[in-house]
Design a protein around this ligand. Structure first.
Ligand code: 9MR
Length: 559
């Protein structure tokens, strides 16, 4: 088919013939490709004409990702608990609100879990005030906290390695926070807000705690009392799910520490180890606190390597994970990078042997994270060379998968599941790192395609990012951005990312209705009740931030 691009005055500025791709099953459409990359004149009001139809108007801008980078970081401030959200920092009055979950002195879960087992509780309280809400719920989960904090700190470390922090203003000039301090990166300050919560979830030295010691296949939990020193509680939430909408100040139910798990313990070990190096110069006391917590956590995880999280406690997400070798590998490498100690290196190599391949990054699949950290280090040349090979191989795979799909984006139908937007962005993160290593392979194009897809170049003609694109997501499943449920509550703020299409775990009331009726890429709705399709979450916004800053910086530097 012939196509042309018109400028705002209707003058043709580019034209060509489409390339038929054929039927794309995951999109449920027959697709043609057009390529107008040659058109780079900045302007607004461009449209594409083909087959007698006209596209929405679009712009061509010099640095389109800069504002998104700031908004996607502000997402985290907007989800802080244990603090009032001050309009000076919210990027708009609508998202300011009173705080809740102040003076959070919590103790261990007592009573009956979902498998019918009684839990006796523990004799200590932890002050867990602070941290971020995980998502549309106010639950707080160490497992998901770990990958999110790691991703923010990784962005910081990459800039630091390239010497580009100040050049792009990420030394405190881009996003203002209550803690802002001259020269200190807002990226680190925001990550610290959550990290301090995670540190507070660690069992005090010498305290005993009940953990679930059930065998692999057992349906019922089996509490045993252990020396909890260094272990980390899996999560913190109420006995049952809170209603929506709900202001944090109105949340009055008691919250409980859910028993420690090996995965939560290793999530703290990995992200606190990384903290131990990124804060070294800026705040040595905090860096020491992080590193010592990380060491204790790692030792505790080695003492109890099979405290596995399952769906046992109601009122919050499960964040279950039955394989923690990848978390062991991740934590060992981060500790090795921070301390340079041979024992951590040896331990990392042992866990690495046991990995079964390199899965795409996901909150439960963390074995690629340490490879990205290794790329930034000068200290372990042989590990770094191996990391390059591993990252390149994954990027090649994603690139190939991209070219075999009609919508030309690096995701496979099997990953169009709960949180698919982040699956896509995490693949983009690996392609971005591969581009750093090997700029000649076109990997950065894959990153751009991933972002184009999220911003609207998709079969639903939908931007999954609030405030961006022609038809942005507006009504997420969120207890405060709950305009979809109650007009008194705000819509999603700019820079918040929807979980995205999901054709695999269609368990919410909206998704259930669509099941079997939608092509994978179209199983989505901008609906407040669609928590499996349209929630937001810290581990999804973190790679959105990472990719926005990456695209902004690489575009500005022409690399
Ligand atoms: O992101 C999580 C996804 O991978 C799981 O399939 C899903 C069901 O267990 O849970 C998602 O995480 C949710 C968490 O359990 C509770 N807070 C909201 C999270 C995002 O929907």
């Amino acid at each position: 088919m012939n196509w042309r691009v018109l400028d705002a005055d209707g003058t043709p500025v580019a034209s060509g013939t489409s390339e038929p791709f054929g039927y794309d099953e995951s999109a449920g459409e027959t697709v043609h490709h057009i390529d107008f990359a040659a058109l780079s004149t900045p302007g607004t009001g461009f449209t594409i004409e083909a087959c007698g139809a006209r596209s929405r108007a679009f712009s061509i801008g010099a640095l389109p990702y800069a504002e998104l980078a700031e908004d996607s970081l502000r997402y985290f401030y907007l989800n802080r608990l244990g603090t009032h959200l001050d309009p000076a920092f919210t990027g708009g009055e609508a998202w300011a609100r009173a705080g809740g979950f102040f003076g959070s002195q919590v103790t261990c879960f007592t009573g009956t879990d979902m498998t019918g087992t009684e839990w006796p509780g523990c004799d200590y309280h932890l002050d867990t005030t602070g941290g971020w809400a995980d998502a549309g719920d106010y639950g707080q989960y160490v497992v998901n906290g770990g990958i999110s904090v790691w991703t923010l700190q990784y962005v910081y470390e990459r800039f630091q390695a390239l010497g580009e922090l100040a050049e792009f203003g990420w030394n405190g000039e881009r996003v203002t926070l209550p803690e802002s301090e001259d020269g200190v990166s807002e990226i680190l300050l925001e990550a610290r807000w959550q990290l301090e919560f995670m540190l507070a979830m660690q069992v005090p030295e010498g305290a005993s705690v009940w953990v679930d010691a059930r065998e692999d296949e057992a349906e019922q939990s089996r509490p045993i009392l252990v020396d909890g020193s260094g272990l980390v509680h899996h999560k913190l939430h109420e006995r049952s799910w809170l209603p929506l909408p709900l202001l944090p100040e109105d949340a009055a139910e008691t919250r409980y520490l859910i028993p420690p798990t090996t995965a939560a313990t290793l999530n703290l070990a990995a992200s606190a180890a990384q903290c131990g190096r990124v804060w070294r110069e800026l705040d040595p006391v905090f860096a020491d606190q992080c590193l010592s917590a990380a060491r204790r956590a790692f030792a505790a995880a080695e003492r109890y390597p099979d405290l596995l999280a399952r769906n046992t406690f109601d009122g919050g997400g499960a964040y279950g994970d039955l394989d923690v070798i990848d978390e062991f590998y991740w934590a060992a490498i981060e500790l090795c990078l921070t301390t340079g100690e041979a024992a951590y290196r040896q331990s990392a190599l042992t866990y690495r042997e046991q990995l079964s391949g390199r899965r795409p990054i996901f909150w439960a699949n963390t074995e690629m994270l340490p490879e990205l950290s290794l790329l930034l280090s000068q200290d372990h040349p042989s590990l770094r060379e191996q990391a390059k090979t591993i990252v390149r191989a994954s990027a090649n795979q994603y690139q190939q998968e991209m070219t075999s799909g009609g919508y030309h984006y690096p995701l496979t139908p099997s990953e169009i599941t709960w949180g698919s937007s982040a699956n896509l962005l995490n693949r983009a993160l690996v392609m971005a790192a591969a581009h750093d290593v090997d700029p000649e392979q076109g990997f950065r194009d894959g990153v751009v395609h991933a972002m184009d897809y999220l911003l609207g170049r998709n079969p639903l003609d939908q931007s999954y990012i609030a405030g961006y694109g022609a038809r942005p997501m507006r009504f997420p499943h969120h207890r405060f951005w709950a305009n979809g449920a109650d007009p008194e509550f705000p819509e999603a703020p700019p820079g918040a990312l929807s979980g995205g299409p999901n054709h695999r775990i269609m368990i919410d009331p909206i998704a259930r209705e669509m099941e079997g009726e939608c092509a994978p890429q179209t199983c989505w709705a901008d609906h407040v009740d669609a928590y499996a399709l349209n929630e937001v979450a810290i581990n999804w916004n973190a790679p959105l931030f990472a990719i926005s800053v990456y695209l902004e910086a690489t575009q500005a530097n022409n690399n």
